[in-house]
Design a binder for this molecule. Structure first.
Ligand code: NAD
Length: 480
């Protein structure tokens, strides 16, 4: 069941992902019930599905067959009376398609409805099923720790922790999943993956787009809640975790939880020393003038909401003591890019370059999007008579497609959910610990007005984000 089946997420991501799985015969026996407020016939709904997977509308019997499994139930999720009818339809589908009572409830709706829906699913008997029942829940999971707890308690009345699949679509990304493999399948990296050999790690996720039509939501959220609490901290956890004993859901997730537990909390008085916030002003993106954030639709001209965050995280354990993890994310930046740069420590002395400061550190760059791959920078002899070294790079391109947020991530995650593999979904403990880390920062920022805007659209953020690294003797490696 997809709740919010006439929405943007369903149309752009869920239907195409399901169709890809269908083509690969990975769906098995299935039917989809689309739930949303609007009145639609099954046929109209099926046409929407066809349109989403096949925008040019050419005849295709495979798509017809796929779409014929979609049924529509018009239903206001706040209306208690409607759930009984939904349950009848689900039971009918069960016997018609031989689904053995297995049910996945996908909540692709505004988060304020998550709790109500989960409670009704239980109250009105939809979760009383012979087969498995699973709840897939979109971000944001709460607004802070307190609201996340309330939401979690609501959904836990109807689903156990191992039946809850909290989506963080970054975890469905090919190269994010590759972090573990690069680390744990290579003898040349894991022995060096610690504070003896790594000087710092930089994680950047920059967007060129502004807030678009999401002003109303974004005003209440901001980059810290929208990106740092979930995607950025998840990438840090994968980079920093200990090797799991096995690749099981519990083992992997408990290693990630240990990273969150080791994350040094930021004292109120240190927030502005270790974290930088920004809001974009007007500027130029590919020669086009774009407006400032506070001039966007549904945004207050006085807005104190950050569209950029940079921060320095410390992980207080034996492996990482003393190694800063720098993160930065923002809108209207110079490039669309998600990249991780692992900077190794300098060699003890440089035999080949006489000039002071001319040593080039080894870097491992993990390109997450738009390009997918790995680049390793190392030094080799400069050709010719001299014995100077010069940086060279070894590159591996996974594939040249723009992968972030594309159906592939959702396709992988949906498939995992169908198989009951929750490894690439976030456990409640991860959510709770990351909220409590982020809440400290937002509490300070909410009480102090920043003089926004403080970075021009089309740049890499405020100057203070560069100074954050300069203080430690580092700089952001270019990501463009
Ligand atoms: P949307 O506004 O496009 O769609 C909302 C859907 O909910 C519609 O189908 C609407 O009919 C339905 N709905 C609203 N009120 C209802 C009610 N009372 N009863 C029944 N149905 C009701 O939203 P969206 O962009 O599809 O996002 C859905 C969820 O996914 C949100 O939690 C969002 O944060 C998350 N998300 C979306 C994207 C994306 O790319 N769109 C990406 C990441 C996360």
């Amino acid at each position: 069941m997809i709740f919010g089946a006439t929405g943007d997420l369903a149309k752009r991501k869920l239907f195409p992902s399901l169709y890809n799985l269908f083509k690969k015969e990975q769906l098995g026996r299935f039917a989809v019930i689309g739930v949303a407020r609007r009145t639609l016939t099954n046929e109209e709904f099926q046409n929407n599905v066809k349109q989403s997977v096949n925008p040019d509308g050419a005849e295709n019997s495979e798509i017809d067959e796929f779409a014929s499994r979609f049924y529509y139930h018009s239903h206001d999720v706040t209306d208690s009376n409607s759930y009984a009818a939904l349950n009848r339809l689900a039971t009918e589908m069960d016997s018609h398609y031989g689904l053995k009572g297995n049910r996945i409830f996908y909540l692709a709706m505004a988060p304020e409805f998550f709790g109500t829906i989960a409670e009704h699913l239980k109250l009105d008997g939809l979760t009383e099923t012979q087969g498995f029942k699973r709840l897939v829940i979109e971000k944001p999971f709460g607004h802070d720790l307190d609201s996340a707890k309330v939401l979690n308690n609501q959904i836990r009345t109807a689903f156990s922790e191992d039946e809850i699949y909290r989506i963080d679509h970054y975890l469905g990304k090919e190269m994010v999943q590759n972090i573990e493999v690069i680390r744990f399948a290579n003898a040349i990296f894991e022995p060096l993956w610690n504070n003896r050999f790594i000087s710092n790690i930089q994680v950047t996720s920059s967007e060129v787009l502004g807030v678009e039509e999401r002003g109303r939501y974004y005003e209440k959220s901001g980059a810290l809640r929208d990106m740092v609490q979930n995607h950025m901290l998840q990438m840090v956890a994968l980079l920093a975790m200990e090797p799991p004993i096995r690749l099981t859901t519990d083992e992997v997730r408990s290693e990630k939880v240990r990273v969150f537990r080791a994350l040094r909390p930021i004292k109120d008085s240190d927030v502005n020393q270790y974290f930088v916030r920004g809001q974009y002003g007007k500027g130029k993106i590919q020669d086009l003038e774009v407006p400032a954030y506070n001039q966007e639709e549904m945004v207050s001209p006085e807005s104190n909401t950050e569209t950029f965050v940079a921060g320095r995280l410390m992980i207080d354990n034996f492996r990482w003591a003393g190694v800063p993890f720098y993160i930065r994310t923002g809108k209207r930046m110079a490039a669309k890019s998600t990249k991780i740069v692992v900077q190794f420590k300098d060699i003890p002395m440089d035999l080949y370059n006489k000039q002071e400061g001319s040593v080039n550190p080894n870097l491992l760059v993990i390109h997450i999007q738009p390009e997918e791959g790995i680049t390793l920078y190392f030094n080799a002899k400069r050709s010719g008579q001299s014995l100077n070294s010069t940086p060279v790079k070894l590159s591996y391109a996974n594939k040249g497609i723009d992968g972030l947020n594309t159906p592939e991530a959702y396709e992988k995650l949906l498939y995992d959910c169908l198989r009951g593999d929750a490894t690439n979904f976030t456990h409640w403990d991860e959510v709770a610990l990351s909220w409590s880390f982020v809440d400290n920062i937002s509490a300070v920022w909410e009480n102090e007005k920043e003089s926004f805007p403080n970075y021009e659209s089309g740049t890499m953020g405020p100057k203070a984000a560069d100074e954050l690294l300069e203080k430690d003797g580092f700089f952001w490696w270019p990501v463009t």
